[in-house]
Design a protein around this ligand. Sequence first.
Ligand SMILES: Nc1ncnc2c1ncn2[C@@H]1O[C@H](COP(=O)(O)OP(=O)(O)OP(=O)(O)O)[C@@H](O)[C@H]1O
Ligand SMILES: [Mg+2]
Length: 303
Amino acid sequence: MSENAAGVAADSAAAAASGGDAPHLCIRGITKNFGAVQALRGVDLEARRGEVTGLVGDNGAGKSTLMKIIAGVERADAGRLLLDGAELAIHSSQAAAAAGIQTVFQDLALCENLDVTANLFLGGETTAGWRWLPRLLRPLRGMAMEQDARQAVTKLQVHTLTSVRAKVGLLSGGQRQAVAIARAIRAESTVVLLDEPTAALGVAQTAQVLDIVRSLRRNRHAVIYVSHNLRDVFSVCDRIAVLRHGAVAGVWQTRATGPDEIVAAMAHGDGGDDGDGAGDGACNGDGDGAGPANPANASPPIS
Ligand SMILES: Nc1ncnc2c1ncn2[C@@H]1O[C@H](COP(=O)(O)OP(=O)(O)OP(=O)(O)O)[C@@H](O)[C@H]1O
Ligand SMILES: [Mg+2]
């Protein structure tokens, strides 16, 4: 645990040094019902660039629903999303991608029969600039795509992927997760949502994925990391938000809390010492003063 804590402290210091404490994505009052099921009840949350925000909660707490709403896969019944204070209208996954929001869902949605490069470019292939031909008939620029794929993999410092020509069907779970994350950051994204990225992975592969998440932080992405595994969450997250019955039970700075407190919040909903009160003005967009879930911010800023 002390090793993890030291790692988080070092990474957090780097985040603070790079200005990682200004809210980038702000989630305000998101509500979603599925028939009689209240999946989300006025969720407020922030994600900062250069930080990893953990999102934990019991089964059915609403974590995936919240990720899907930010990703444009589901529509919220009420609430707002703001990016650097500007209101976002996200009605589709394309709109989310255009706003710089990329999501890696648990099923990854990769094509097993294609290689790493083809998966990274799926639906956005680079073609020769022969404008007189319809786009679908233009030849693909294979070399350029491969080079771009190598760059994406290098940027993430993915040592586990040795060739961008390897067929995805032959890769391990951890390597596939790396491909999915590389695809998310190949696009011009600033927000990366990861829903249970290590759920199906063994110890070594989990460690690889956590290293990639740290790379995302170093590359100044705002990451929301959904997981059931508190060990992973404490190892990689700067803040931890607990979702309980569709509402935020609290947000803690990782270094100011421990697993017992988080588990208590997941079970009973008590606690929460970091409502991210500082710097919220950047979120409001219209200066309405809408506050965080827990306005009493007792914790010091991450340094
Ligand atoms: N498409 C849907 N139709 C109806 N109910 C849904 C739908 N999606 C989610 N729900 C319900 O909304 C609630 C929140 O589900 P969600 O999948 O967001 O939880 P979760 O926190 O991701 O859970 P888990 O940890 O099991 O992945 C649950 O009660 C679930 O049954
Ligand atoms: Mg889920």
